[in-house]
Design a protein around this ligand. Structure first.
Ligand code: GLU
Length: 507
């Protein structure tokens, strides 16, 4: 049997920045395509002109690029099923809406927004909710309730109308979702959704189904918020006679706030203390929301963190490259329940990626920070610094606070440490240490360590006090990695200079 070609699409509406939940949807689509040698398509669903936000489309594409998600077909990439932006496919949809009218699956509705509002209010006053459905459609102003000649007259006169889907009455629908299994719905619970609007644009539902069909989409993988639309979508496939070619559906569980109370939403912005957007977003009114990129996350770490919010590999493994994910991902291992976003775990992932980078890579990322501070050091030296301190950093922008003393000698000293560690006899001991260090020919960690320690032990000088004072002279405080590694890296000359300067300054 010829296996069906796998084609999936990510279909965002450019109504604002992409939220991390949206990035996860894109990622799962992408991974599913890669895993199955399929195609990943980016389709821009911009038929709701009232919600259009300038810059959003560019933002979406830049986000995917930053994440390493490559698009096979899309507005920039092209492809044989284009155009990939719905506003450029406008003419296609009207014809399909007409087809549904002809087959009796849709109808013209002439009710004005004001008329509908009035009826809605009347319903509310008797504590009922109004839905435009199979029960009330006969009483409203549409091509089902009105005689044919009147309908024609209205259309010819140029009045505004919409086209609504005619939901079949009282049918048991059985829907299938890869993640949720079988779902039963009675069509009488559904309303006659608008398919085509009076502004000449299709609604999301019509455009989405027509495009998924025309673009030969094999699997629709999208957020759980679209599950309530699934019955209508399946009915549309049936009405068009496309049931055989209907894609399979997978509705992804929600991303929840860290406390598990409700969905992580765009509006959470920076309120919860972490970004909800991949990249920083500046709204047209100038409001800025932070992004993972600008917060110094590695895209690989961001993706790795995100993929595990909903999918699990079935093993203990946590660190996955995009390539590994493309091999391992499957929809069968996506859970039904929502995943709590954990900002600490996000940092943990970044730390893992940081310590797994080679010292050379880290040095290359760190060097520009130093150059900006007018500190010119060769890469080899920066590499050695990175190897000593990388365990302590979560982000590249933290390397400096853990390593500045390798690049600048201390000009002042941490008062608390001075009080605690600087004793009356410190200068005497340190002067002796200078002599010892000066006499070491092969100036390395091991030799410095054994010479200094054996001197202190022989003379029964407390190691703690002496070594802490020594650290204070080199670092300016009580922190930093292994003392003798610092000594080796700074080199004899610099170490002696620093000790002498400290003796002068602290006495
Ligand atoms: N345009 C919809 C959105 O913004 C797409 C939903 C779907 O994937 O069907 O999420």
């Amino acid at each position: 049997m010829n296996k069906k070609e796998i084609r999936v699409r990510f279909a965002p509406s450019p109504t604002g920045p992409l939220h991390i939940g949206g990035v996860r949807t894109a990622l799962y689509n992408y991974l599913f395509a890669k895993k199955n040698n399929g195609k990943f398509i980016l389709r821009i669903e911009d038929t709701d002109q009232t919600r259009f936000v300038a810059g959003a489309e560019k933002y979406i594409m830049e986000s995917l690029k930053w994440c390493g998600i490559k698009i096979d077909e899309g507005i920039n990439e092209g492809g044989e099923f284009g155009p990939y932006k719905q506003s450029e496919r406008k003419d296609i949809y009207f014809q399909y809406a007409q087809d549904l009218i002809k087959s009796g699956n849709a109808y013209y509705a002439f009710d004005t927004p004001e008329e509908l509002e009035k009826i809605r209010k009347e319903y509310e006053s008797t504590k009922k909710t109004f839905t435009y459905d199979s029960f009330v459609r006969k009483t409203l102003k549409n091509s089902i309730s009105l005689p044919e000649n009147e309908v024609k007259k209205l259309i010819d006169s140029g009045v505004n109308y919409v086209i609504r889907f005619k939901i079949p009455e009282n049918q048991e629908l059985i829907l299938n979702d890869i993640i949720r299994g079988e779902i039963k719905v009675n069509t009488s619970t559904l309303d006659d959704k608008v398919l085509f609007k009076s502004d000449g644009m299709p609604t999301y539902h019509l455009a989405n189904i027509v495009d998924d069909f025309l673009m030969k989409i094999s699997h629709v993988i999208r957020g759980e918020e679209w599950l309530p639309s699934l019955p209508l979508h399946v009915l549309l496939y049936k009405a068009f006679g496309w049931e055989e070619k209907m894609p399979e559906f997978a509705h992804l569980p929600l991303l929840l706030k860290p406390d598990g109370n409700g969905k992580l939403s765009k509006r959470d912005g920076d309120k919860l203390g972490f970004p909800v957007f991949p990249l920083q977003w500046k709204s047209p009114s100038g409001e800025v929301s932070s992004g993972y990129r600008e917060s110094d996350y590695f895209p690989e770490a961001f993706i790795n963190m995100l993929v595990l919010l909903g999918w699990n590999p079935g093993t203990e493994q946590e660190i996955f490259s995009l390539e590994q994910l493309s091999e391992s991902f499957s929809l069968e291992r996506v859970g039904k329940s929502g995943s709590k976003f954990d900002p600490e775990k996000a940092k943990w992932f970044n730390h893992q990626y940081l310590i797994n980078k080679s010292d050379k890579e880290l040095a290359e990322m760190f060097q520009p920070v130093l150059i900006e501070k007018h500190l010119n050091f060769d890469l080899n030296y920066i590499e050695k610094v990175c190897s000593l301190i990388k365990d302590r950093a979560t982000f590249i922008n933290e390397l400096w606070e853990h390593s500045y003393f390798f690049f600048e000698s201390p000009k002042e000293y941490d008062n608390k440490v001075v009080k605690k560690r600087w004793k009356e006899n410190s200068p005497e001991i340190l002067n002796k240490i200078i002599d010892i260090l000066n006499n070491i020919k092969d100036f390395n960690r091991k030799n410095c360590h054994s010479e200094v320690i054996s001197y202190l032990e022989k003379n029964e000088i407390g190691l703690g006090a002496a070594l802490n004072a020594l650290r204070l002279t080199l670092v300016g405080s009580g922190k930093g990695p292994d003392l003798f590694s610092i000594i080796e890296l700074l080199g004899k000359e610099e170490v002696v200079l620093r000790i002498n300067f400290a003796i002068k300054t602290l006495n």
